[in-house]
Design a protein around this ligand. Structure first.
Ligand code: NAP
Length: 255
């Protein structure tokens, strides 16, 4: 990849599906040059082509956020970037603490927490150099309260929340703001399917009877809104849930 000079660049991790793909669309429509990253190259290339055909500026770069060497190589292409959306992540399993698989916990920590750390560390100099940088951390309501069977995902999302809070404290005075978006139930193609190892029946039960879970577009709209506030306005934390969900454990279902 050749070095990119423009300052209005927005990088989205996990842009191959769900919230990340919708966010790439939203930020492209808002006028950013979007860089789509994820492991599934075919998907991000297809979306970048679709955005380019629609008159936007978009490119794809295959990247595993847990691979620090690859992240560092990716970061060398950018001298200045305006926005980084740390969206790559997800849940594995819904087991109790008594039965949860430590390998799942480790992988969730690697992807959600170390992945966000890797990309943020690598791109912080370019975000600062832009003179007006924004880091978005896509945590979850699972980062703010627990639920039975949440186990490793709740622990990882709490850590991601703490990463965002700590970073905001540490870089105050620099021209970079840190925005945390914490969605509740969002019906995306991938999230529940990944959580339940591809079991479509189990995945469907997550949303059973819920009139209108949030969509990826709803969350992307929220992210795009927060990012496009004037630079001195920092939306520290925005919790967004569907109306049918009052808390992580209180969901109205019409069954
Ligand atoms: P999704 O459709 O499964 O998307 C997950 C994305 O993360 C994919 O693009 C995936 O791309 C990427 N990803 C996973 N591991 C990666 C890795 N090691 N390196 C790079 N990319 C990786 O799920 P989603 O619902 O849009 O979730 C997006 C984010 O929102 C996650 O952080 C999730 O925890 C959070 N969230 C979701 C919900 C919900 O209810 N859906 C609620 C709150 C928060 P590749 O597989 O192509 O790499």
């Amino acid at each position: 990849m050749t070095a990119v000079a423009a300052t209005r660049i927005a990088i989205v991790t996990g842009a191959s599906s769900g919230i990340g793909a919708a966010t790439a669309r939203g930020l492209a429509a808002a006028g950013y040059r979007v860089v789509l990253t994820a492991r599934r190259k075919d998907r991000i290339e297809a979306l970048a082509a679709e955005l380019t055909d629609a008159g936007h500026d978009a490119m794809a770069y295959a990247l595993d956020v847990t691979d620090r060497e690859a992240v560092d190589t990716f970061a060398t292409a950018f001298k200045k970037i305006a926005v980084l959306v740390n969206n790559a992540g997800g849940a594995l399993g819904a087991d109790s603490i008594a039965t949860g698989d430590p390998a799942d916990w480790r992988q969730m920590y690697e992807t959600n927490v170390i992945g966000t750390l890797n990309v943020t560390q690598a791109l912080l100099p370019a975000l600062t150099a832009s003179g007006d940088g924004t880091v978005v951390v896509l945590s979850s309501t699972a980062g703010h309260g627990t639920y039975e069977g949440g186990g490793g995902y709740v622990a990882a999302k709490h850590a991601e929340h703490v990463l965002a809070e700590t970073l905001r404290l540490e870089i105050v005075g620099t021209p970079v703001r840190v925005i945390e978006i914490a969605p509740g139930m969002v019906k995306t193609d991938g999230f529940a399917l990944t959580r339940f190892g591809g079991d479509a029946d189990k995945a469907a039960k997550v949303y059973a009877g819920v009139a209108e879970p949030l969509t990826a577009d709803d969350v992307a709209d929220t992210i795009t809104w927060a990012v496009t506030r004037p630079p001195h306005v920092n939306i520290d934390l925005l919790v967004v849930r569907p109306r049918a969900q009052a808390s992580n454990t209180k969901v109205h279902r019409e069954l």
